[in-house]
Design a binder for this molecule. Structure first.
Ligand SMILES: *Cc1c(COP(=O)(O)O)cnc(C)c1O
Length: 373
């Protein structure tokens, strides 16, 4: 990670909030263990500090999307904690899995065969999760493949099944009937594997209620301060804040357009502040003329298009001394909720977080102990 010591835009990550969010989910969870999803660089906040924080809180089960992320995470955590790879295994990667003590999520019969062959070659039972599809039609064994597996259980020879899992389609919606349909389907499937722990709930699934919990959860977004149930008030603590310093302020007294394409017209008198964060930093270009920021408690709109390296804000409503060059603007967190900003951008907080760019000065803070690092 480059140091970015001179950046006028700062990304602050509150590790004590991250820990508090993990504890909140653990408190709600009635199963054995809350595992965490730290894929995509821990949803943009940085996998190293995130994984260490969860480990310190007692987490011993981690999920990542792909093998590269798994190898990196093993290097961070050292030997011991369980690491599952959602994408599963492809032929010729078996050695990388065993060398790094990684567990594939087996998503189809071909992956089961690959892992069983690797187990036979190493003459050791090899741990894995089995993913069955209950409605996503994405990864996981479809019904026909599950039937074949149940009829031919020798396909699992040499595989030490640790988890049987499935994934919710509409977990973020409180009353969607598909949740209960998937729950019933999964409950039947897991009965075929009575000695294997079951994993069903993502972060939203934990909030759906105890019947969704089973043994091991796979929490993600909620840990990072996102709202797993966007129709309800967010119970999670805020982890991420982005602030930037105003670079320049333009006084406008006769009608004048702002930014590329002249999509905003300031009639005047108005003040336009330029802030050094743009789409190259992950600030969505779709927030042109629809996004907002907060200065000194006042919400100010994005005026004109988002540029690569900057945005322009209409700060007419803010006292001039609070919206001068060098003054701070909250772009995310604080007065700017990730869910609300994501909605304005036509996306979800998941995408907003995972696209956060690399040009920020990154600060990790722990508000409960010794301070900054
Ligand atoms: C990403 C992911 C999770 C975590 O989901 P959140 O909605 O972020 O809590 C859990 N399970 C699977 C299969 C995933 O891909």
């Amino acid at each position: 990670m480059k140091s970015r010591d001179y950046s006028n835009a700062t990304l602050t990550i509150d590790l004590s909030a991250l820990a508090a969010n993990y504890r909140l989910l653990v408190d709600k969870f009635v199963g054995r263990h809350v595992g965490v999803a730290v894929k995509a660089d821990a949803y943009g906040i940085g996998v190293e500090r995130a994984a260490q924080t969860f480990f310190a809180e007692g987490c011993r089960t981690f999920f990542v999307a792909n093998l590269d992320e798994g190898v990196e995470l093993r290097g961070i955590l050292g030997p011991g904690p369980e690491i599952y790879i959602f994408e599963g295994i492809s032929a010729d990667r078996g050695g990388v899995f065993t060398a790094n003590d990684l567990r594939p999520v087996l998503n189809h019969l071909g992956q089961i065969a690959t892992w069983a062959e690797h187990a036979a070659a190493t003459s050791n039972p090899l741990a894995a999760a089995l993913h069955v599809d209950t409605g996503m039609s994405r990864l996981g064994l479809p019904g026909q493949e599950l039937d074949i597996l149940l009829a031919e259980p020798e396909r699992l020879a040499g595989i030490d099944l640790k988890l049987v899992m499935s994934h919710l389609v509409c977990g973020d919606e409180i009353d969607n009937p598909s949740n209960n349909n998937q729950l019933r389907a999964f409950s039947q499937i897991r009965n075929h594997f009575p000695d294997v722990e079951a994993s069903f709930a993502n972060g939203a699934g934990i909030l759906q209620g105890p019947e969704y919990h089973f043994d091991v959860a796979r929490a993600g977004l909620a840990l990072y301060g996102g709202n797993p149930m966007p129709s309800l008030p967010n119970q999670m603590s805020e982890v991420i804040q982005i602030k930037a310093k105003i670079a320049q302020v333009r006084e406008i007294d006769s009608p004048q357009t702002v930014g590329y394409g002249a999509t905003h017209r300031a009639i005047g008198p108005a003040r336009i502040a330029t802030v050094p964060v743009g789409y190259a930093d992950g600030y969505p270009r779709s927030l042109g003329n629809t996004g907002f920021a907060v200065i000194d408690g006042v919400r100010v709109p994005v005026a004109g298009r988002v540029s690569m390296d900057m945005i322009t804000l209409d700060v007419t409503a803010v006292a001039p001394e609070k919206a001068a060059p060098g003054c701070e603007v909250e772009l995310l967190g604080g007065g700017v909720s990730p869910v609300e900003l994501a909605r304005a951008a036509g996306t979800v907080d998941y995408e907003l977080l995972t696209r956060i760019g690399s040009r920020y000065h990154r600060r990790y803070v722990d508000t409960t102990s010794s301070g900054n690092s």
